[in-house]
Design a protein around this ligand. Structure first.
Ligand SMILES: [Zn+2]
Length: 307
């Protein structure tokens, strides 16, 4: 009898030990899976934010001297406050380029359209935005406006419909802006100012924008440090992106391919800046826009402009 009990106890012990080992294995496996998942996610984020990985000089936020764009920082802050659809571009510049957290807990999407306006794509995009009551930011090229009279009315439409108009240089000419891949500081600043003038010619002297985007993205070029200092002195804020649809990646793609690029690069960023284009030949961008707006709305995002 005692022997039987002993055997029974031994078996029980062994069973318990087995259970313990299995549980331990499950825990170890789960932890491993979680680590792999996190690493993969971080890798994806890094790929998209590779643009913003350069070291930049510290940018002071509370200068109140009037700068070249003719606005003091306090005036800009007031303007942002008055326009409930807008968001402080200075915060987004630091968020994208320096990984500086914004702890307001708000999920905000910034739809951005580069290289326009065009007579073929911009009006369709404006219609979709209007139907959805969503505001966006247009990074405009002055040359496009000067070369085609019909785009002047479209530029005014963008402005009057409450979207933000930002500066994408006058010509978008890489050879001029970045000879051999190195920033030409003087040429770049001239291009920004020339673009400002072209926009003022159409929108009136009161038009102001301190928001710029480097053609090709800020981190694609060498020698940006000197230019960054210059732009900061003048009061400009540059905005890259942390999600895209791939509408500038070579040949024209289908709507489905854009959706898949969007899904790859959008990973729930609290502030998401989506790179898109409204220039000639980008019809598929207009086709995919409704999908993106609906998706972001469903995920609880608000839409704002960069000012
Ligand atoms: Zn561009």
């Amino acid at each position: 009898m005692i022997k039987k009990q002993k055997i029974y106890r031994k078996r029980k012990k062994r069973r318990r030990l087995r259970k313990f080992i299995i549980s331990l294995l499950i825990i170890i496996l789960s932890v491993l899976c979680f680590i792999l998942y996190k690493q993969n996610k971080q890798l994806k984020t890094k790929q998209v934010q590779a643009l913003a990985s350069n070291k930049k000089p510290e940018i002071s936020d509370n200068k109140n001297l009037e700068n070249d764009i003719g606005l003091t920082n306090n005036e800009i802050k007031r303007e942002v406050k008055q326009d409930s659809n807008s968001y402080d571009a200075a915060k987004i510049q630091d968020y994208l380029s320096k990984n500086k957290k914004i702890n307001d807990g708000e999920k905000i999407a910034f739809l951005t359209f580069d290289d326009g306006p065009s007579t073929t794509v911009t009006p369709t995009i404006l219609n979709i935005l209007k139907q959805n009551n969503v505001k966006a930011t247009f990074f405009v090229i002055g040359k496009q406006v000067d070369e085609n009279e019909n785009t002047k009315g479209i530029l005014k439409d963008i402005y009057n419909q409450g979207h933000a108009i930002a500066n994408h240089t006058y010509s978008h000419n890489y050879t001029k802006l970045y000879p051999s891949g190195i920033v030409n500081v003087q040429a770049f600043v001239e291009e920004i100012e020339k673009n400002n003038k072209a926009l003022k010619d159409v929108l009136g002297e009161d038009f102001q924008s301190r928001v710029i985007r480097f053609p090709g993205g800020h981190a694609s070029w060498k020698g940006v440090e000197k230019l960054d200092e210059e732009l900061d002195k003048k009061g400009y804020k540059y905005i890259d992106w942390n999600a895209l649809i791939g509408d500038a990646e070579g040949i024209t793609r289908t709507k489905e391919q854009y959706i898949s690029r969007y899904s790859e690069t959008f990973n729930g960023q609290e502030k998401v800046v989506i790179l898109m284009h409204d220039t000639y030949g980008k019809k598929s961008t207009a086709d995919v826009l409704q999908y993106i707006i609906t998706d972001l709305k469903n995920k609880g995002y608000e839409f704002k402009t960069l000012k």
